[in-house]
Design a protein around this ligand. Structure first.
Ligand code: FAD
Length: 504
């Protein structure tokens, strides 16, 4: 048996952030991770294909808490990010395309080619989305978040649809669809569905590089964030164990006093923080018998059916887009590449899945970091990381090998319509559908955010940091402010433990 002041179950970036902050406050802390590597969904894989580093799950960063970066001095532990610019590239089948980035004049030229009136509309949209994102960000570290604190017009925008937000300012279909995609990431809803306005604003909440809503790449891949957090935690005396799946929590009376691993190791602590999905924490580790009625109700209603699929491709050359030809490195290769020509396309992609199990023509969001960070692939080679929807966890008939292959082929064929050289450039591929995300990362229902980030599951309606059982805290994305690589859930949980004066 080992005894600590605090025990953290799970080494996702939030678990590591909580552990490092508690270590910083002088507590003796251990982290127990079920898998053989740390980081959860914030991970870089180096052992899959020789010479490649893959951000296997999350791939871009915006929301990482600047306070956390400073407080733990993450840069001195290897964290380094750079802005993704251009930000987005959306090719069309008629040979046109839309490229947007940090340069306002270049954006205006791009947009004016479609509709000159949308130049000012785009500025208006950016202003509104940034204001919403900024309001959210200011609430992310609050210990008692309340959605009702927002002004009525802000609440209306967040409770509405992503389509309403973009249509209010813009008319160009491809511009509407490119911007609305942020409201759909990870979310089993279409752009016209209520609440996707919140998801869009959540993706504008980050302040990376001091710019509201800017996204960036992390040097060395997303795992560099977890590694920096681990290193910062270890520098503060935290011990981290991999291959240490917690099987159950230890209780004394009605107080959680530790955890037991699947191989029988016992760890005791005054505070136990769970970074695992709330369903795992409550149903599997604590057990139904110890749940109060309100937690039981919350679990029964919790929406955590993920619609996302991740396909990582090793490419022998860069995609050659018909709309911007060439396999030599060009600005659009650095951007998020969208397959999303209009809002109707996105809604159909969603509706198909509700009706028949998956999108006939899926929404694709693709990234290539290798053009800006050549250390991630062998010379001349690249990684194309594809995030696709909608391929839901609960598709009728389940996910067998044949369906997995068919989904990958469908996505590749779709991309090939815009960049015909892709199929022949593929040298290896890694596919993860929602059940794979569940198995590998413990994401219940394969939901990338530990549950939908929609009104009804945000702010005070997300799970509480303090559980209903003494001694047990939640420190993962199931708590406010939810998913994305931010560190806020970990920070809030550490603050709760310290406020409750769990003694060192
Ligand atoms: C495919 C994909 C793409 C994404 N893309 C982005 C992106 O580009 N940008 C972005 O900001 N966000 C993205 N996200 C979301 C983001 O990665 C997550 O919201 C975030 O990483 C969750 O962090 P976490 O620390 O809360 O939990 P997790 O990373 O889920 O970590 C939880 C940890 O708990 C461990 N665990 C579970 N049960 C046990 C147990 N019984 N015992 C011990 N350990 C246990 C798990 O193994 C895991 O390591 C993406 C997610 C996925 C899956």
């Amino acid at each position: 048996m080992e005894t600590y002041d605090a025990l953290v179950i799970g080494s996702g970036h939030n678990g590591l952030a909580a552990a490092a902050l508690l270590g910083d406050a002088g507590l003796r802390v251990a982290v127990l991770e079920r898998s053989d590597r740390i980081g959860g969904a914030t991970v870089s894989e180096r052992d899959r294909w020789p010479g490649y580093t893959i951000s296997a799950a999350s791939y871009v960063c915006s929301l990482l808490d600047p306070w956390l970066i400073e407080r733990l001095d993450l840069r001195s532990h290897g964290y380094d990010a750079y802005r993704k610019d251009p930000a987005s590239f959306t090719p069309l089948l008629d040979g046109r395309s839309l490229l947007l980035g940090a340069d306002e004049r270049a954006n205006a030229e791009e947009i004016a080619r479609f509709d000159p009136d949308d130049v000012s509309g785009f500025a208006d949209f950016e202003r509104e989305a940034s204001a919403l994102g900024s309001a959210l960000f200011d609430s992310f570290s609050e210990m008692e978040p309340h959605f009702e604190r927002f002004a009525p017009n802000v609440r209306t925008a967040l409770e509405g649809s992503a389509a309403a937000l973009v249509e209010r300012h813009l008319r160009t279909p491809v511009l509407q669809a490119t911007l609305a995609t942020d409201g759909l990431i990870g979310t089993y809803r279409g752009p016209f569905d209520a609440g996707t306005g919140y998801v869009l604003a959540h993706h504008y909440a980050g302040r990376a590089f001091g710019v509201q809503g800017a996204w960036g790449f992390v040097r060395g891949g997303m795992g560099a964030i977890s590694q920096a957090l681990l290193s910062a935690a270890q520098a503060r005396g935290v011990r981290a164990y991999t291959d240490a799946a917690v099987a159950r929590l230890l209780l004394e009376g009605e107080r959680v006093v530790g955890a037991v691993t699947a191989d029988g190791r016992e760890f005791r602590a005054r505070a136990v923080l769970s970074n695992a999905h709330p369903v795992t924490t409550y149903r599997d580790l604590l057990g139904e018998a110890h749940l109060d009625d309100s937690t039981k109700r919350a679990l029964a209603q919790w929406e955590s059916i993920g619609p996302a699929l991740k396909l990582n491709l090793a490419l022998g050359e860069l995609p050659n887009f018909t709309a911007r030809p060439g396999t030599a490195r060009q600005p659009h290769h650095r951007a998020t590449i969208h397959v999303a020509p209009d809002l109707g396309f996105l809604q159909r992609a969603h509706d198909d899945a509700r009706r028949g199990g998956e999108s006939e023509e899926p929404m694709l969001e693709c990234f290539m970091q290798s053009p800006t960070d050549p250390t991630l692939a062998p010379p001349g080679k690249h990684i194309l990381s594809i995030f696709a929807q909608y391929f839901p966890y609960d598709r009728p008939g389940g996910w067998n090998a044949e369906r997995r292959d068919a989904a990958a082929e469908k996505i590749i064929a779709r991309l090939a319509r815009y960049a015909p050289n892709i199929p022949n450039a593929i040298e290896a591929r890694q596919l993860m559908v929602a059940p794979d995300l569940e198995e590998r990362f413990g994401l219940i229902g394969g939901h990338i955010f530990h549950g939908e980030l929609l009104p009804g599951q945000i702010f005070e309606r997300r799970f509480d940091v303090r559980s209903a059982v003494n001694g047990l805290y939640l420190c993962g994305s199931g708590t406010h402010p939810g998913g994305c690589v931010s560190g806020f859930p970990g920070r809030r949980a550490a603050q709760a433990v310290l406020a409750d004066r769990v003694p060192a």
